[in-house]
Design a protein around this ligand. Structure first.
Ligand code: F6R
Length: 244
């Protein structure tokens, strides 16, 4: 059963999500967090930074694994997800950078890298708390419609819709990479707890399909229905199509 928490504003939903993350870290200081990029978790990361600065939230023993990275982008590239994480979170908290993991988009042997990413998650003890966003086509990480619900970390082609959605972060749509490396749906489902944050009307159809639709590869977020500890943290616009 997907638990639904709805808030009036993006700020409120971000604060609530950050509270859940900080509860996890305070309960287990060496927590393993799964992290997402994109616009949805930016408010949550801002709040975690505030909690670190003002309330001594301590990331010294935290390990993190990001969901995905664009294929072909250097970690130093302005639009890489490694750069995004450094700028939006890691540079402002006391996490050990060696304990932060983002899949490499430039590994020579991508298949071997994907396998070692899975092994690294396993060796760290698995993910305690996974943060997710949701794509307007219902994807989680970059598991586009059609991805197997037991898929693992691998290279995927991005849908036109996703390329259009993400073009806002690049100078032109032609600069958006067409492929990415992503944790699989199966990888994500192994996290002990998952929170998904979504805001805005543009996410309402995907949220409704994920929560109220059949479990289907056509909306990979629907696989979350089978998880035992999953909470969607939404604003009113994203929750608008839910029958609650
Ligand atoms: C990002 C990721 C994606 C995004 C999704 C929503 O690491 O895995 O699934 O969460 O595309 O993106 P935003 O939040 O920008 O709407």
């Amino acid at each position: 059963m997907i638990q639904i928490h709805t808030y009036d504003s993006y700020e409120d939903l971000s604060k609530h999500a950050a509270q859940l993350v900080s509860d996890q870290i305070r309960m287990k200081p060496d927590s393993v967090l799964g992290l997402a990029t994109g616009s949805s978790p930016v408010g949550l990361y801002k709040e975690l930074i505030r909690m670190h600065q003002e309330e001594d939230l301590d990331f010294a023993n935290v390990t993190s694994f990001n969901l995905d990275e664009y294929l072909g982008l250097n970690p130093e590239h302005a639009q890489s997800y490694r750069t995004f994480m450094n700028q939006n979170l890691f540079d402002h908290i006391n996490i050990e950078i060696v304990r932060t993991h983002v899949p490499s988009g430039i590994a020579e042997d991508i298949a071997a890298m994907a396998l070692s990413y899975e092994k690294a998650i396993h060796n760290a003890g698995g993910i305690d708390l996974q943060i997710l966003g949701i794509g307007s086509d219902g994807h989680i990480a970059f598991n586009e419609p059609g991805s197997a619900l037991d898929s693992r970390t691998r290279v995927v082609d991005l849908e036109e819709q996703t390329i259009r959605d993400n073009a806002r972060f690049f100078e032109s749509i032609d600069d958006v990479p067409r492929q990415a490396i992503t944790m699989g749906v199966g990888t994500i489902l192994e996290a002990r707890e998952i929170i998904l944050v979504a805001n805005g009307e543009g996410k309402s159809a995907a949220v409704s399909d994920a929560v109220q639709g059949d479990v289907s590869t056509q909306c990979t977020a629907s696989a979350l229905q089978n998880h035992s500890k999953i909470t969607f943290i939404l604003d009113k616009a994203a929750a608008a199509r839910l029958n609650i």
